[in-house]
Design a protein around this ligand. Sequence first.
Ligand SMILES: O=C(O)CCC(=O)C(=O)O
Ligand SMILES: [Fe+2]
Length: 343
Amino acid sequence: MSTSTLTTGLGQRLVSASTDAAAFTALPIISLARLNGSLDDRKALAAEIQDAAVNTGFMYIADHGVAQEVIDAAFDQAKQFFAQPTDKKMLVRDAESFRGFAPLKGENVDPAARGDIHEAWDMGDDAQVMKEGSNHGNVWPPADDLPDFKPTLQKTWDEIMALGKRLFPLFALALGLDEHYFDDKLRRPGHTMRVLYYPPQFGEIDARELGIGAHTDYECFTLLLQHGDTQALQVLNSAGEWVIAPPVPGTFVLNIADMLQRMSNGLFRSTVHRAINRSGVSRYSLPFFFGLDYDAEVAVIPSCVTPDRPALYEPVKAGDYVEQRLAETYIKSDPAQEVEAAA
Ligand SMILES: O=C(O)CCC(=O)C(=O)O
Ligand SMILES: [Fe+2]
């Protein structure tokens, strides 16, 4: 197996250079049914999440409470949005605020790559201010073109947001903290929701041109919906091999991201992943990234430090960390060339 190293925001990882992946065997499926139970139920659920966070960093969650009709409607709108001509989509864009449309190869999550083979549309909370003067608001397609896009995606945001809000106390328990630990760090948090379109890739695939290159997510955790039965997501296991994480009906993929890895002093894994769409048909996914307030300090939790395991990470401000990682990701190129590349 030929391997190479990948530099993530949290250091170097060993990865197989192959674009093929082995069939997935080991991502756990966790039911959230006990989220509505007693504190003991929630603690038992938190223990399952802790186990997955430590061992794989990726899990599926079932019984999550988000209605399938809401999810189907979001993907229906996503398809209509991406089916528009590129020049039209380029008008729905605010490159400075990372909101609205991002064209094909407009991003590059892996610095060794040449640009990701996907298109995106990004939204955040209109009330959230990353930093003084930096709130540009969401950039919606005109209602004349897609009348149902805004209400549908806003509803999807609200539903997934409500789910994520209920997961923070579980993560606090999983970290051995009080359930309310994150409450004062979530006043105007920097969450982002994206819809992604991956055109199919055929034949020999250049490892520098993937649907989304190898990366870790930057925030606390991500909830990801994969549309239909089109598989593309691959997760790096501890042996440096890629394993396929196929869509599992009725579930979200939940993965740990960098901030929780930092806070847990590396006990929780922000696992490297990527997507390659070899299915022959268009693939759509919808990740929701859950962060913290811009000003929240992300520091190693004292109970995760022992004499054998000193603190591995310096404290950072949540907003500074995400901003720096985003700036590394987005390719600042001439928009005219982006249209050409996408055409
Ligand atoms: O589309 C996918 O399956 C993965 C997307 C992803 O990893 C991301 O947007 O960070
Ligand atoms: Fe990701």
